[in-house]
Design a protein around this ligand. Structure first.
Ligand code: GUN
Length: 307
């Protein structure tokens, strides 16, 4: 796409609706075969943003026929009690996916909790077994936000081979798995972060920009090559003109003057994260209930002999 082409708004809501419709259809088929996928969602504490995310995850699960089991625990929950709950969910054959909403209260060791989840039920893809598998390019349960971003990019650009992608942010939830997925899709990948020198200059070389730093409107037109495709993962709550507002890591109005395509906030990446959580729950149920292998083909019946 060149700089004169009309800007394309990447509609994450519509893309997510397509993914959810596919999931709902596959859930129906799975139920007909006797397996009813179920997702356990664990929320510790009362962080308002986490409460909204968890509510949306539970609602979407129900919409596509996935049973959801909510575990809401007080902020004072001891780590040992949370680990005991996870062990119980691991052992429960009626639970296919386990999601522990992050962040956890400061007294709980996040790594210990994520490592306690059975990798086959790890619908967030945060267990070291799945993180390692992704970096080896294996088919594993993959973090939902970067998986959703990749789908938006492929829907927008088609084949990504040879594109230069700059990922801004190096978190375990988005930046690092995003880089691994883009490498798997044959992009050249640069990861930049708060300590990078020449952040803006590096970003200006990108065909694809993924902004995932949690800094409101950090990226503006000056950071973009004309015709770049921009995926904005940021969801920042700010106060402006006396009103609370949600904005991304990209200055949307400014970026519109340069980009070929861009995701809005809200309505871009957010809905895709939840849609891919449902896709992962289905994938986890399949991993736990693999289809019986195709029966061995009998050799052709011998031709009746003509005597
Ligand atoms: N908190 C913010 N994003 C995520 C996510 O993708 N998964 C979980 N479990 N917690 C989060």
């Amino acid at each position: 796409m060149n700089a004169q082409a009309p800007i394309k708004l990447i509609d994450g809501k519509a893309a997510a609706a397509r993914v959810l419709a596919e999931v709902a259809e596959e859930v129906r088929e799975m139920k007909a075969g006797g397996v009813a996928p179920a997702l356990a969602v664990v929320l510790v504490g009362h962080d308002p943003a986490s409460q909204v995310y968890v509510r949306n995850k539970v609602l979407r699960a129900e919409e596509c026929g996935i049973r959801s089991l909510e575990h809401k625990l007080p902020a004072s929950t001891a780590e040992a009690d949370l680990l005991a709950l996870i062990r119980g969910l691991n052992a429960d054959s009626g639970v296919n996916g386990i999601l522990v909403q992050l962040p956890l209260p400061a007294h709980i060791d996040e790594t210990r909790v994520l490592q306690a989840i059975d990798p086959l039920k790890d619908v967030d893809g945060f267990h070291a077994e799945n993180v390692g598998g992704l970096s080896q390019g294996r088919e594993v349960l993959t973090p939902c936000t970067p998986a959703g971003c990749l789908r938006l990019l492929q829907d927008t650009c088609g084949d990504l081979s040879g594109q230069h992608a700059v990922v801004i942010g190096r978190s375990n939830i988005v930046g690092k798995p995003m880089a691994a997925l883009l490498l798997k899709a044959h992009c050249s990948v640069t990861v930049v972060h708060s300590k990078s020198a020449n952040l803006r200059e590096l970003c200006r070389q990108a065909d694809i920009v993924i902004a995932a730093v949690g800094r409101p409107r950090l990226v503006d037109a000056d950071w973009l090559k004309p015709g770049a495709v921009v995926i904005d993962v940021g969801i920042n709550r700010i106060e402006e003109d006396g009103r609370a507002k949600l904005v991304g890591d990209v200055d949307f109005d400014s970026a519109l003057t340069r980009a070929a395509a861009i995701t809005p906030v809200p309505g871009g990446v957010g809905p895709m994260t939840i849609a891919f959580l449902m896709k992962n729950t289905l994938a986890a149920a399949r991993l736990q209930h693999p289809a019986p292998s195709t029966p061995a083909q009998f050799p052709e019946a011998p031709c009746p002999s003509i005597s």
